[in-house]
Write a protein that binds this ligand. Structure first.
Ligand code: PLP
Length: 452
């Protein structure tokens, strides 16, 4: 028996259509079609209200890193709710779960990250980053440093600040109110934008747009650069290897903070604890969410390097906080989740075993597909580029429709794979086994084959 008495699928769909507004959806057409009702999950599988068993190639929304059905995370939430379901951390109070979580995060993050501020989502995390950055420069006596450089097609969430930082044109158009001072440079999307340039040359070219932008605005007016180590929602776009070291060089040269949005990349996706470690750079702040609790309960955080945190702490009042900053139940679940990732060697396995196995199987499975131009990815994340002509990297005029067509085939074959324009994305739970990877890849290859 589940939490709620079973209804027929059509009854659920009718109630959903009558009362529930979905995120990022065209409700008119969705309501005509009816949503798929997901009723339960275990490991890497979901079940819908029709009894179909579906392999979740996206770990929910890139978040269920430890997989579904972990009793230890459920126990942590239950025990914490019984003991202390809520208390705030505003007025000179704290509590054991938030203390234990902060200690644990200091252990699993790279050296220098010793301080953590909590919120409920990745979007709120990036709101917090803006406040941290501005407060830092105020404390440092450089309050004119206010501009933030971000990237086109980046995704940083859907609050006003998150949407402003992000480079999604359709979000900007619908929300004319943008946070001032945020400017966007090009994304390092070699396949689509590089023309005849080599990846290394193109990576440097994109990074140098940051330098051009800083010189245009004046280094004294630029506070920070923010980016996802690899762009997730933008299509799992991996920058050329030359990109991040050059971005870091430019940030250090002009005294611009380097903010990594690790909401997708954090907690093991690439086989490293944090994706910036894969790309070999050292950010000043890290935005965390999703894998922090494996999505079992909402939580976000900002990790602040001590070179930023120490002046901030010395600088007096930081006027920012959320009722649920450091929520005890979320913190207790996060502790159980991070212990599982660490003590069960889940992330180590992604780096040494399941990640390489997945990447190889996917590349071998799709090598002969005329529709697949390139595959980006490492660990347990991949972006599959669909193409009209492999040799010339020609993109479909209607790539968006082809992606949706492929996603429809996935739907029919009980596979969750996401489409972003002409790119198909995979990001399964990090506990996926080899036989489950075989199944995932087999279905992905089949669905892409059906699309050609
Ligand atoms: N940053 C990145 C890189 C993301 O991918 C997302 C969500 O997908 C966010 C921020 C926003 O997180 P949330 O949806 O939890 O607000």
């Amino acid at each position: 028996g589940g939490m709620f008495a079973a209804r027929s699928t059509s009854e659920w769909q009718q109630l959903d259509a009558a009362h529930h507004l979905h995120p990022f959806s065209d409700m008119g057409s969705l309501n005509k079609q009816g949503s798929r009702v997901i009723t339960r999950a275990d490991g890497v599988f979901l079940w819908d209200s029709e009894g179909n068993k579906i392999i979740d190639g996206m770990a929910g929304l890139w978040c269920v890193n430890v997989g579904y059905g972990r009793k230890d995370l459920a126990d942590a939430a239950y025990k914490q709710i019984c003991e202390l379901p809520f208390y705030n951390t505003f007025f000179k109070t704290t509590h054991p779960p938030v203390i234990e979580l902060s200690k644990l995060l200091a252990e699993v993050t790279p050296a220098g990250f010793e301080h953590f501020f909590y919120c409920n989502s990745g979007s709120e995390g990036n709101d917090t980053v803006l406040r941290v950055v501005h407060q830092y420069w105020a404390v440092m006596g450089k309050p004119a440093k206010k501009h933030i450089v971000s990237r086109k097609n980046g995704y940083h969430g859907s609050t006003i600040a998150g949407g402003s930082l992000g480079g999604m044109g359709y979000m900007h158009e619908q929300m004319p109110l943008q946070v001032p001072g945020i400017v966007h440079i090009d994304q390092p999307y070699w396949y689509g934008d590089a023309g005849e340039m080599s990846p290394a040359e193109f990576g440097l070219k994109c990074a140098r747009q940051l330098e051009e932008k800083i010189l245009e605005l004046g280094a004294d007016n630029v506070a920070a650069f923010i980016g996802e180590p690899f762009q997730g929602a933008g299509g799992v776009i991996f920058p050329p290897e030359s990109y991040w070291p050059e971005i870091q060089r430019i940030c250090r040269k002009y005294d611009v903070l380097l903010c990594a949005d690790e909401v997708i990349g954090g907690f093991g996706r690439t086989g490293e604890w944090f994706a910036h470690q894969h790309f070999g750079f050292e950010p000043d702040t890290m935005t965390l969410a999703k894998g922090l609790t494996s999505g079992y309960v909402p939580m976000g955080a900002v990790a602040i390097h001590k070179r930023i945190a120490e002046p901030l702490i010395a600088g007096g009042d930081f006027n920012h906080g959320l009722t649920y900053s450091g929520h005890p139940v979320a913190a207790a679940v996060a502790v159980a989740n991070i212990r599982a990732l660490r003590d069960e060697g889940i992330i180590d396995r992604v780096r040494t075993e399941t990640g390489p196995y997945f990447q190889k199987a996917l590349r071998e499975g799709l090598a002969a597909s005329p529709l697949v131009g390139a595959i980006d990815g490492t660990g347990l994340v991949a972006g599959i580029q669909l193409t009209e002509d492999k040799a010339s990297r020609k993109r479909f005029a209607n790539g968006y429709e082809i992606g949706l067509k492929c996603r429809d085939h996935c739907f029919g074959n009980n596979l969750i794979m996401r489409a972003t324009g002409d790119r198909m994305l995979l990001s399964p739970p990090l506990v996926i086994s080899r036989p489950e990877i075989d199944l995932l890849v087999e279905k992905a290859v089949k669905c892409i084959g059906l699309t050609a």
